[in-house]
Design a protein around this ligand. Sequence first.
Ligand SMILES: Cc1ncc(COP(=O)(O)O)c(C=O)c1O
Length: 406
Amino acid sequence: MTESAPSVSQALNAHVATVQPSATLAVSARAKALKREGRDVVALSAGEPDFGTPAPIVEAAHQALRDGFTHYTPNTGTVELREAVARKLREDNGIEVSAGQVICSNGAKQSVAQAVLAVCGPGDEVVIPAPYWVSYPEMARMAGATPVAVETSAASGYRMTPEALADALSERTRVVLLNSPSNPTGAVYSPDEIRALADVLRPHPRALVVSDEIYEKVRFDAEHLSIGSLPGMAERTMTVNGFSKAYAMTGWRLGYAAGPAWWVDAMAIIQSQFTSGPSSITQKAGVAALAMDEAPLEEMVRAFRERRDAFLARLEAIPGVVCPKPEGAFYLFPDVSAYVGRRTSGGSEIAGSADLALYLLDEHDVALVPGVAFGDDRGLRISYASALEDLMRAADRIEAGLAALV
Ligand SMILES: Cc1ncc(COP(=O)(O)O)c(C=O)c1O
């Protein structure tokens, strides 16, 4: 008689087992599946510009291919790209870094993850203002650290106050994650607000900052101040930025981080063992992006502003919906908690933002991401990176869907 082999253990790494899959990708996938079934879904769930990558960037990639620039580059990126990034950070942001303090990665997502992984471990806390980008707490968890959410509200414009930051800091705090302009709220911290947060952080030598500035270029009048440019902050701040949002390059996968050499060097070790440097062709495209005339970017931002204004006006007309005016990125994050606790015509109770998003998708053909994925169950994230007429159709459906709840 042959003995059956013992079944294979499917035990996961304890840190990974607690990590949630990306909710934004999950909603987009469900919306796509419904579309494939023939449903006329308006999907406002994706976090990417609906514009094409500007021509000079595309041409630089073609040129790289024609030149045979198709081999491994140095792990942290080509010297040419790192020098261009360092120049950008010095000139645009007042951050004094050399090319040796820059690491280019496969997207800003990898940059943030490596920045956290390099310095955080079990026992450490990562302070994250909520609503936050879905990946931040999961990155902290993957490092074995504990995410500490700091609640903000629509009434306060979704910006963390210096007092709230001071309350959240402890001797266990290793990283404070800032994201201005913000995904999911579009909130932008004013220069004075950034300075006030820096004042709170300075007396805490163990508290580092990861400043995710990926939406820097997508702003409507609001000023942008990089916390890493302030006195006493350069030595503790990792500034992250990238190409996905500003240059409509989400699929190219290129981001970067710059900060203290000891920290960048640790990130480079992680990267060298996980992925190596980003695509050689994309890096050439990145150099072209940083060198190009910014007129196409301004055109994109103008379109986003028009859509923001149009959509916000529609939201403001819906009873019970509260939505601060976002000053950047391409998201609206209305507080729709007035509709929680109501019922659909079929009698199902809307217990929170996940139920509401599901109801709007399944019964009204509009895909939004539930706020609970961003740590705020009162809201829904609306990405307005779509054509104005689609946005207006979506606004009609949201309005009708909410009005139909009893
Ligand atoms: C706040 C924030 N940071 C980082 C990223 C990731 O950007 P990348 O495409 O460069 O990885 C995103 C993308 O949605 C984002 O919203």
